[in-house]
Write a protein that binds this ligand. Structure first.
Ligand code: ATP
Ligand code: MG
Length: 279
């Protein structure tokens, strides 16, 4: 089963989670490859950071053209970056590359560009691409102010297209600000529902039931995990758990130096397999 990875915004951790999924599935003995159909923002060497990370996390060697059919120099909205160089992003070419990858690997992890409704050409967007690929979607929620609205609208847009939301991930990409915002909003989880601090943050009983046991989460490296923004995480995660009817695959606290291999141990891939069985 392959997955389309979307996020509540750009810069929320889609690449980090995509790579973690690749490492996680590879550790289960699966052949895996990452795909970034459209990348905007390449260095002078014509390399895109996302594509390089996805390639490094893949154990199937595919060509750059298959992994990343469209790469544009400018780090702007993809349809504008394409327009700037007189190119029209064609879904046909992307679907062809996906099929080639799908034939080579057990699992293809397709990372979308930006958020779910980012335009890709004059009349199609990233959501249309997910629909044409027909893949179950994993939503990465960047746990920052505004994320509840962005997450719920994205969940709605996924459902509207008849796609399966296979799961979502709560990721905390910001080093600070999160706690202050949370406290200001009064969000939080009643203290009697907080379990002891594990892996650097308080895990609620709800979290344990959906994500897995605290010991499993604690088994990941905790050395560079920030403890600063945890109350925000609890309050917002609880709000989303009440409203998103798909499994929370994991919570990724802010880390000084995020490492996708370590993040893989925070994701409960068995929950994705359960979705597969139900479909
Ligand atoms: N939990 C985290 N802790 C610390 N840094 C993080 C965390 N998650 C993501 N980051 C950092 O935030 C930045 C954006 O993450 P990432 O590239 O995965 O986002 P993205 O959604 O893929 O962005 P894009 O829309 O550009 O593809 C990266 O520098 C990444 O290392
Ligand atoms: Mg990315």
């Amino acid at each position: 089963m392959s997955y389309f990875i979307t996020g509540t915004d750009t810069g929320v951790g889609k690449t980090l989670v995509s790579c973690a999924l690749l490492y996680g599935f590879a550790a289960q003995g699966k052949s895996v490859v990452g795909m970034k159909p459209v990348a905007a923002g390449c260095g002078d060497d014509d390399q895109n950071e996302d594509v390089m990370q996805l390639r490094a996390a893949s154990n199937v060697l595919a060509s750059k053209g298959q992994i990343n059919p469209y790469c544009f120099a400018q780090a702007v909205a993809p349809h504008l970056a394409a327009q700037f160089v007189g190119i029209n992003i064609s879904f046909g070419r992307i679907l062809e590359s996906f099929e080639e990858l799908n034939a080579q690997a057990d699992i293809v992890i397709v990372e979308g560009a930006g958020g779910f409704r980012v335009p890709l050409n004059a009349c199609q967007d990233s959501a249309d691409l997910a629909a044409q690929l027909g893949l179950p979607v994993v939503l990465v929620v960047g746990m920052r102010l505004g994320c509840l609205n962005h997450a719920l609208l994205t969940v709605e847009a996924i459902a509207t297209r008849g796609l399966t939301l296979a799961g979502w991930v709560a990721n905390a990409p910001d080093a600070d600000g999160t706690t202050r915002r949370c406290e200001a909003s009064g969000a939080g989880v009643p203290s009697d529902r907080l379990l002891p601090q594990t892996a650097g943050y308080a895990i609620t009983s709800d979290l344990v039931s959906v994500v897995g046991s605290p010991s499993r989460m604690a088994s990941s490296s905790t050395s560079n995990v920030s403890k600063a923004d945890m109350p925000m995480l609890d309050g917002n995660i609880a709000a989303l758990q009440q409203r998103i009817h798909a499994p929370l695959l994991g919570v990724i606290p802010h880390q000084a130096q995020p490492d996708a291999r370590e993040v893989a141990s925070l994701l409960n891939l068995a929950l994705l397999e359960q979705t597969e069985l139900h479909d």
